[in-house]
Design a protein around this ligand. Structure first.
Ligand code: AMP
Length: 216
């Protein structure tokens, strides 16, 4: 069904990009690139990039376009293009989107669709501040709606469940402001390219079905 489909997942913080990526990966193999996960891995490993990025992330800002694009380019250039790809959380600025266009042109790997997960600010804040995840495999849970079976332990890998530092209400609000200022312009950009698919993110169960229907 998703034979070599190349997707960008766009949406405010808490819209469910990570959850939708996981669901799509259950229906077909994909190369999944989550720039947020990559940066958190750098922070955890204590690299120079991790040290530089940590405070930016906690303050709801964005890491530089050049650094992020170089990170994504490194993965894409090495990839054998055996499967489709999901770009989750990248691009996040107009400049990144233009850099991505250039990169994909060089790699002869055009985008098939950009899925915009849309939700109101109140909804996103509520969801973000109740989100918890696994430190080991990055599986996402919600404290109230779908917690792990055993408190504090991941159902899949027994990893430790934690709340991201940037999911505090103060950070979440700043991330939302960043989304409106820097990422929202991408909606128009991709609409003009005829790639945009808008999906409402408030019905978790319906998001995958809706995405598949619209992609088809
Ligand atoms: P996420 O897990 O996608 O919510 O990303 C967490 C944080 O990592 C963001 O709030 C940004 O600080 C940073 N980040 C992730 N992706 C990008 C990107 N494409 N450009 C700049 N910063 C990013």
């Amino acid at each position: 069904m998703f034979k070599k489909t190349n997707l960008v997942l766009l949406g405010g913080p808490g819209a469910g990009k990570g959850t939708l990526s996981a669901m799509l990966k259950e229906s077909a193999p994909f190369l999944h690139i989550s720039t947020g996960d990559m940066l958190r891995a750098e922070v955890k490993a204590g690299t120079e990039l991790g040290k530089q990025s940590q405070s930016i992330m906690e303050n709801g800002g964005l890491v530089s376009d050049e650094i992020i694009t170089a990170m994504v380019a490194k993965v894409l250039q090495k990839d054998e293009k055996k499967y489709g790809m999901i770009l989750d959380g990248y691009p996040r600025t107009l400049n990144q989107a233009k850099m991505l266009d250039e990169l994909l042109l060089k790699l002869n790997r055009p985008l098939d669709a950009v899925i915009y997960l849309h939700g109101s600010d109140d909804f996103l804040i509520k969801r973000l501040t109740s989100r918890i995840m696994c430190r080991k495999c990055n599986r996402i849970y919600n404290q109230y709606a779908f917690p792990p079976q055993k408190t504090g332990v991941c159902d899949d890998c027994n990893g430790e469940i934690y709340q991201r530092d940037d999911d505090s209400e103060a950070s979440a609000r700043k991330r939302l402001l960043t989304f409106h200022a820097q990422t929202q312009p991408l909606i128009k950009f991709y609409k003009a390219q005829g790639l945009l698919i808008q999906i409402s993110c408030d019905e978790r169960e319906a998001v995958l079905a809706e995405t598949i229907k619209k992609l088809n």
